[in-house]
Design a protein around this ligand. Structure first.
Ligand SMILES: C[S@@+](CC[C@H](N)C(=O)[O-])C[C@H]1O[C@@H](n2cnc3c(N)ncnc32)[C@H](O)[C@@H]1O
Length: 206
C-alpha cells in the first residue's frame, strides 16, 4: 500500500458510517444520469471503480453483470450490507482492489464506470490509464467527478472545504489534460447535480 493510498483508506474508514447521509442524496442525480448515459445492453459486463457503499448498485438492471471494486474495507462492508438488503442479487459482485493497479486482463469490461473517484485518488492519470486498459476497444469509460474550472458558488466551496482534505478530494483536477494523458476520447460531457458543478463524462478508449 502506498502512503497516499493508506491515507485515503484511513479517511474512508472514518467516513464509511456517515457517507450515505452526507453524500447519498446530494449526489444521486449524477449517479442516475450516469446509468442512463451508459445505455447498457443485456449481457454486458460493467466494472464500477470506487464502488464505495454501493449507492449506484440498486440502479443496475439484473440483465448486466456488475463488479464493484474499492480499496476501503469499511466502505465495501457497507456495500455488502446494501447487497444483503437487496437480497444478494446474483448479478452484482464486490471485491477489494486498487484502481491504480486493476487485477483484470486488458479489455475485460464493456463499461468502466468511476463515480466520484478520479478526484480522490493520489494519481488520477494512472487510474485513468487503468480504466482505459480494462475497457473493451468498443466500450465506454464513464467518469463522474468535479473538475476545476466549474464555476462553484462560494457558499458551496465553504461547505466542501472541511470535507475536501479528509476525503482526499482535489478541487483542482483539470478534465482535458486528464483525458489526453489517459488516452480517453470524450464523447459527451454534461453538468449534473445541484448545483451543477459535477461533470458526467462518457469516453471512448482511444
Ligand atoms: C467519494 S467516494 C465515492 C463512492 C461512490 N462511488 C459514490 O458514488 O458515492 C470515493 C471512493 O473511492 C474509493 N477509493 C479511493 N481510492 C481508491 C483506489 N485507489 N482504488 C479503489 N478505490 C478507491 C474510496 O475508498 C471511496 O469508497
Amino acid at each position: 500500500m502506498t502512503p497516499e493510498n493508506a491515507s485515503v483508506a484511513r479517511a474512508y474508514q472514518r467516513w464509511s458510517h456517515v457517507y450515505d447521509v452526507a453524500f447519498g442524496g446530494v449526489l444521486q442525480a449524477g449517479r442516475r444520469q450516469a446509468i442512463r448515459e451508459m445505455q447498457l445492453q443485456p449481457g454486458q459486463r460493467v466494472l464500477e471503480v470506487g464502488v464505495g457503499t454501493g449507492l449506484t448498485l440498486p440502479l443496475y438492471s439484473p440483465a448486466q453483470t456488475i463488479l464493484g471494486i474499492d480499496y476501503s474495507p469499511p466502505m465495501l462492508a457497507q456495500a455488502q450490507r446494501r447487497l444483503a438488503r437487496m437480497g444478494h442479487p446474483p448479478h452484482v459482485r464486490l471485491m477489494r482492489a486498487d484502481a491504480a493497479q486493476l487485477p483484470f486482463e486488458d479489455a475485460s469490461f464493456d463499461v468502466v464506470y468511476a463515480p466520484y473517484v478520479i478526484s480522490v485518488v493520489p494519481d488520477p492519470v494512472k487510474v485513468g490509464l487503468e480504466l482505459r486498459r480494462v475497457c473493451r476497444p468498443a466500450g465506454r469509460v464513464v467518469l463522474l467527478s468535479h473538475f476545476q474550472n466549474e464555476p462553484t458558488p462560494a457558499w458551496f466551496e465553504r461547505l466542501l472545504a472541511p470535507l475536501a482534505a479528509p476525503l482526499g478530494f482535489k478541487s483542482d483536477l483539470l478534465l482535458s489534460p486528464l483525458l489526453a494523458s489517459s488516452g480517453l476520447r470524450p464523447l459527451s460531457i454534461q453538468a449534473v447535480n445541484v448545483p451543477p458543478i459535477w461533470k458526467l463524462v462518457v469516453c471512448a478508449p482511444r
